[in-house]
Design a binder for this molecule. Structure first.
Ligand SMILES: [Fe+2]
Ligand SMILES: [Fe+2]
Length: 299
């Protein structure tokens, strides 16, 4: 590839990025190709029955999108004033790149769909095991997503956080049901057992390839900002941000829930606890975001 063509190809490739759905790849590619070739319009149709070879007629160019020789669609540029052989060759390369990214995004979507089913299966199993988990996981998911949104986290970051929230206590399946479903206060021996659940979760999730990325958020959701948490005693930024958010969402959801051995805290008392624990138990930035969320919801 000549230098100028390589530069254009690399720029397109970087600007196209790795969108997380085929529709987003197409939308971005259409915009970039229209600009790059000064076309009046650019439309990409995803269809396996699209034409197999390029066609050029009256300022309109149609290039098939081929992914490993398989037709997955066609790109149609209209209103292109002049298209030299080298421009057309570049366009074919950019269409091949678009096809590869589209296929990758479709693969990622299928992988996520599959892992969503694994998450649902795990959660259902967990609900049978622990009577309080279902509502608790839902509350944690809701608060965690709201905190992350308030902190300006990306869409895909929030998606991962929500998936981790779903499974954050999955490790409790490794703890005796006698302790998990106890109707009175837990003893220090019980707590010793309970504190094993993050590492049990790691063992479980290590076996599910599509869920391995959630391990840091889940394993460290009981770490404390001041380093006095468990299982590793990490502190401040050593704790992944997803785990810091999950930790605060988890604690707040627990404060606000009735348990057999104690009543839920009042809203005011829970807010005072969050403020008092900012910088010790919880990341101050996370507490600030959670307080904003709660303020918005109470007005
Ligand atoms: Fe937990
Ligand atoms: Fe929890």
């Amino acid at each position: 590839m000549p230098d100028s063509m390589l530069t254009k190809f690399l720029r397109f490739s970087v600007d196209l990025g790795f969108p997380d759905s085929p529709a987003r790849v197409v939308k971005r590619a259409e915009k970039l190709l229209k600009q790059a070739f000064g076309a009046r319009s650019c439309k990409i149709h995803l269809s396996t029955s699209s034409p197999a070879s390029p066609t050029v007629e009256k300022g309109s160019i149609r290039i098939p999108l081929l992914e490993r020789k398989r037709r997955i669609g066609v790109c149609e540029l209209k209103g292109v004033k002049h298209c030299s052989t080298s421009s057309r060759s570049l366009l074919e390369k950019l269409c091949a790149e678009t096809a590869a990214r589209t296929a990758l995004a479709a693969y990622k979507e299928r992988l996520i769909d599959g892992s969503e089913n694994v998450i649902k299966a795990f959660s259902t199993g967990m609900d049978f095991y622990d009577r309080f988990t279902e509502q608790h996981s839902e509350a944690v998911r809701d608060y965690a997503a709201a905190i992350a949104g308030e902190m300006g986290m990306s869409r895909s970051g929030i998606k991962d956080l929500v998936r981790a929230a779903h499974l954050h206590d999955i490790g409790k399946v490794g703890i005796s049901p006698r302790i998990i479903n106890k109707k009175h206060k837990l003893s220090s021996e019980d707590w010793k057992e309970i504190k094993k659940h993050p590492m049990v979760a790691k063992t479980i999730l290590d076996g599910a390839e599509s869920l391995r990325g959630l391990i840091p958020a889940i394993v460290y959701h009981h770490e404390r900002y001041d380093g006095k948490g468990y299982p590793c005693g990490l502190q401040k930024d050593e704790i992944p941000v997803h785990a810091r958010i999950l930790g605060a969402a988890d604690s707040y959801a627990t404060m606000m829930a009735n348990r057999p051995y104690r009543k839920a805290m009042s809203f005011d008392r829970a807010v005072r606890t969050l403020i008092r624990s900012s910088g010790t138990r919880f990341d101050p930035k996370v507490v600030k975001a959670l307080l904003k969320v709660l303020r918005k919801r109470s007005t």
